[in-house]
Design a protein. Sequence first.
Length: 203
Amino acid sequence: MDLPMIISIEGADGTGKSSVARFLSGRLEEKGYEVLLLREPGSTGFGERVRSLLLHDESLSLGVRTELFLYLAARAQLIEEWIKPAIRQGKIIVLDRYVDSTLVYQGMVGGLGVEKVLQVMVDFFGAYFPHLTIVLDSNVDMVMRRLENKDKVESKGREFLEQVIQAYRDLVEIFPERMVLVDSNKNLNLVCDEVWKIVKERL
């Protein structure tokens, strides 16, 4: 893969996404690549405000369509502020969540439909889709044991988490050319080693 490259780390909460994203960013920098590590929603002033509203404001009960457009608005700002410039500079961009979270949470589990949500994102963000997406897969018992200080999404319970985990598995089957499933039930170091092997083959 010629640089620049967009790599996203996906999966249900509690699968180790943030740890793996930090590891991957650090390993790439060790190998001499220029790297930009981002999170969604977040990494911009506007995105962090959206994150607070969606994940931590207990006074709000938002419909799935409202959630969708808030996430898309935060992503639009992230692309303008960080992703576009990073691409021009030839950097590798590592994202802790990105477009596939929207497909899973609002499109599949939320019921809006993958095709409908995908079309909206292709229309506006098609040039900035990930080249590689690592999906961290875990069983629901492991995920629930790992979750502490749950936010609004994480607090939706076992059945919701099971739906999210299965939706990610289904999505990998829909987009096998860019999505790779990695077992995250293992020790974090083993997971990171497997992720690095996958990424190294694509570079």
